[in-house]
Design a protein. Structure first.
Length: 149
């Protein structure tokens, strides 16, 4: 008869995909994964206000784009997604789309000086795809002479 103490315990068995505590504490560097690091984002309300007050503005059918040239070493982004876009899941989806569109847009930017951008989404955009958002931001960037249309 087998001894129950010889059986593997349920707590020590690892399933595929499980991470150890040390592995869970190690986070990938955002820049290495294509993400936006803290240095790539506007974080303080004063920075948002400065860009929106002193910067140039272009308004599209779904989003507004504010741009202010700066002396910082990189392009930075700030997102403002209004409650008017929808409930929390809709706003979160819009933020994800806008972040990804910024990653695409910054590769297309033709300005030599770095720029702080604020993207303001105020109204719902149901069924928006990444291509739709990139197209609108590219058009707005061309109006502000940040990209070529």
């Amino acid at each position: 008869m087998p001894n129950p103490s010889d059986a593997p315990s349920m707590t020590s068995a690892r399933r595929p995909g499980d991470r150890t505590q040390a592995e869970a504490q190690q986070r990938p560097v955002p820049a290495a994964t294509g993400g936006l690091s803290r240095a790539d984002r506007l974080g303080r309300s004063e920075e948002f206000r400065r860009v929106m007050k002193k910067g140039r503005r272009a308004q599209g059918s779904h989003v507004g784009l504010f741009a202010l040239r700066t002396a910082s070493p990189r392009h930075r982004i700030g997102l403002a997604v209004s409650v008017g876009v929808g409930h929390s899941p809709a706003r979160a989806r819009m933020r994800r789309l806008l972040r990804e569109a910024f990653r695409v847009l910054r590769q297309r930017m033709t300005v030599s000086q770095s720029v702080d951008l604020v993207i303001l989404a105020r109204q719902p955009w149901p069924g928006a795809s990444l291509a739709d958002v990139v197209a609108e931001l590219t058009q707005l960037g061309a109006q502000l002479r940040l990209t070529e249309a």
